[in-house]
Design a protein around this ligand. Sequence first.
Ligand SMILES: [Zn+2]
Length: 83
Amino acid sequence: MSDEIRMQDIVEMRKKHPCGSSIWTVTRIGADIKMKCSGCGRVVMLDRQEFLRRRKRVLTPGPFSPEITLGLMPHTTKENGDD
Ligand SMILES: [Zn+2]
């Protein structure tokens, strides 16, 4: 698992939200990561390290968008040949 964070990533967190859901959608990437709970719609902000620490896995990666991943990706090679 890399430390990649993308807009619209669907992620599972280690701890369940009080609403019972552990699935979140990344809605903003900056100095802090903003994500929205899929269960109750609550939006929370975590700093990047905290986010990565709490993230269990990425269920569905968001679309590739280098300008909004803030250079987290060291190269621009696409993984699946088709464009
Ligand atoms: Zn919730």
